[in-house]
Ligand binder design. Structure first.
Ligand code: TMP
Length: 255
């Protein structure tokens, strides 16, 4: 059997060489990590759910004209994507105070923000993805001012669309993180949405109970992570009653 060439391995995903030039295969692992990667666990079935949820959200975003790297889902754990040069900046959109914003500014978790707030973080596991300003981004050449404007506009459009989509299924989109990449076409550079959007990269709270349906369950040592992700998939209409995501083998490996 021919082995695929592995291009990159991150905390929750592996990228393999794709079938054609300019394509990659994005494989979703079951690994769960806290933001600082200080704790790690394998959560059986998480990769399958994130693959499905991200496929669904990227497809809807493609339909409304948000350019993305997504081409198609290949199987339970993998999707075919366009190869993009990842901009080393995470774009965070916040609607409600939570997580590091609450800690940094002393705003109680759950407080609605006066308007949606965009933040940028430098993508670096070693440094714990520190918050940076547009000054840092342009001075260090991670992205130019025009690209920052484009990332901001796209992030706000994604926020508007996803907030409405989740509201319709009884979920509050508290905040989320997206990544963008560059695709070079002839003499043109296009900015596209890359990576994933899933309960690993969003805060999703039940609209009436504020129950957490996202990776905070792992970060805060709460049980029921996979059930929460299944609930999100079920509400999105992409996981049906009695369907169990494909198992990858043994459960729970603590490290
Ligand atoms: P934070 O409150 O920890 O800064 O996170 C804000 C949002 O961004 C939250 O939905 C989690 C997401 N996020 C990631 O998915 N990966 C990351 O590396 C970081 C820093 C945040």
């Amino acid at each position: 059997m021919s082995r695929r060439r592995r291009i990159y391995e991150g905390k929750a995903k592996v990228l393999y060489e794709g079938p054609e030039p300019g394509t990659l295969i994005q494989h979703f692992k079951d690994d769960a990590t806290a933001v600082d990667a200080g704790s790690k666990e394998v959560v059986d079935g998480k990769g399958v759910l994130n693959n499905r949820i991200s496929e669904f959200l990227f497809s809807r975003l493609n339909e409304i004209g948000v350019p993305t790297h997504f081409i198609k889902r290949l199987n339970m754990r993998e999707q075919l994507i366009r190869e993009a040069e990842i901009i080393p900046v995470e774009t965070i959109v916040r609607n409600v105070a939570a997580g590091s914003l609450s800690a940094r500014l002393g705003i109680e978790e759950g407080t609605p923000l006066p308007r949606s707030i965009i933040e940028f973080c430098f993508k670096s596991d070693d440094l714990g993805d520190p918050l940076v300003s547009e000054e840092h981004i342009t001075a260090f050449g991670w992205a130019n001012p025009q690209e920052i404007d484009e990332m901001t506009a796209l992030a706000l459009r994604i926020n508007d669309f996803l907030s409405g989509l989740f509201l319709g299924i009884g979920i509050k989109l508290v905040d989320f993180k997206v990544e963008f990449g560059r695709i070079y076409e002839n003499d043109m550079v296009r900015i596209v949405l890359a990576d994933e959007i899933s309960p690993d990269s969003c805060r999703l709270w039940d609209i009436s109970t504020d129950e957490k349906l996202d990776r905070d369950r792992f970060r805060k040592d709460m049980s029921g992570l996979i059930e929460a992700y299944q609930d999100v998939a079920r509400r999105l209409g992409i996981l049906f009653e009695n369907e169990r995501p494909e198992s990858s083998g043994p459960v729970l490996v603590k490290s």
